[in-house]
Every structure is written in C-alpha cells, then in structure tokens.
Design a protein around this ligand. Structure first.
Ligand code: 4NP
Length: 173
C-alpha cells in the first residue's frame, strides 16, 4: 500500500454535548478548535457542539461564557445553539458529554446500544478529573465560568493528545 501524506478525506468527527449548548459545550468546541488549529491539524477534524435540551436552540452563547472566552482570546460570537439528535449518534466518531445527566440523555437516544462506545464523559480525559463532570455554571457566579474554562482547557488538550496518538496525526506541511 502506498502511504500518503495527505489528510484523510473523511474527517474525524467530534461533538461536545452539554444541556443548553450555551455555556460548557460551545466553550469546549472553541477551545478544542483553537488547539487543533495551533497544532495545524484542522484538516483532520470536523468539530461541533450541541445540547440535550431544546430551550436555547437558536440562541447565542451565554453572555458570561462569551466574556470568559474573550478574556482568554477566543470568540464565541458566531455560535448558535442546537440540540443533539439521534442522527448525531451515527454521524460523530467521538461524543464528549459534560456531565452524567448529559450521558444518560444521549445514551437514551441509543435505543439498541449501537453507539455507546463513542460516548464518553469529557472529564474522563482530565488529568485532574475530580468527579468526572464539568459543573454547570449557569446558575452561579463568574468564578464558575472561569473554573469551567480551566477544566475545559486542560481536558481538551488531553483529548487532542490522545487523538493524535490514536490516529497517528501529524501537521500538514
Ligand atoms: P450549558 O449550561 O448546559 O453548559 O449550556 C446551561 C444552560 C442553560 C440551562 C442550564 C445549563 N438552563 O437551565 O436553561
């Protein structure tokens, strides 16, 4: 077989999932995308996020999360909230959920247990995993958003490192 340096035509499809898709998962999407771009690996990935709930569909990211992201040099201004669907279970290769409620809600859509191998708690990959859940900052103060940022930054990097190894990825020259 002739090995090619070209990135594959079929991207690795990554989906981050929380409840509302206005706080945690939009941040995870933006942070992971930034890390992928820093590593010059963007040709390998399709990256998106969604929420298990439908209440915020069509809305921008939460103002406090946008502020926190901006403080760290990232923009969430183009984000529009969407709802996770059964079709997403088939479409995405890796589905990272923010907490155990998200995990139950996503797995509930997987009626025949076909896809449960690709659904993981995001913080399984956190070097400091705590209780394995990203706390929901929505009803709390600004410090909760900063805490989410710290968790997301180190965990997204750890996920990228694992994927680079798993798929043997290298930056396109
Ligand atoms: P997210 O945060 O799941 O991180 O987007 C939340 C957003 C909205 C609500 C809860 C959490 N809510 O109850 O409306």
């Amino acid at each position: 077989m002739i090995m090619s340096d070209q990135p594959p035509t079929d991207p690795i499809r990554i989906q981050f999932v929380c409840l509302g898709n206005i706080c945690r998962s939009p941040l995870a999407e933006a942070v992971f995308r930034d890390q992928v771009e820093q590593a010059e690996l963007e040709d390998y990935f399709e990256i998106d996020s969604s929420g298990t709930g439908r209440w915020h569909v069509g809305e921008n990211a939460d103002r406090r999360m946008r502020q926190t992201a901006r403080k760290h040099g990232l923009s969430l201004e183009d984000h529009t909230a969407s709802q996770f669907s059964r079709e997403d279970l088939a479409r995405y290769d890796h589905i990272f959920v923010m907490d155990k409620n998200n995990l139950n809600d996503v797995l509930h859509l997987d009626e025949n247990d076909t896809y449960n191998g690709k659904v993981r708690l995001f913080r399984e990959f956190d070097p400091e995993p705590g209780n394995f859940q990203v706390p929901d900052p929505y009803h709390g103060g600004q410090e909760g958003f900063e805490n989410v940022y710290s968790i997301v930054e180190r965990t997204a990097q750890s996920i990228l490192d694992r994927l680079v190894e798993e798929y043997d990825l290298s930056a396109s020259s």
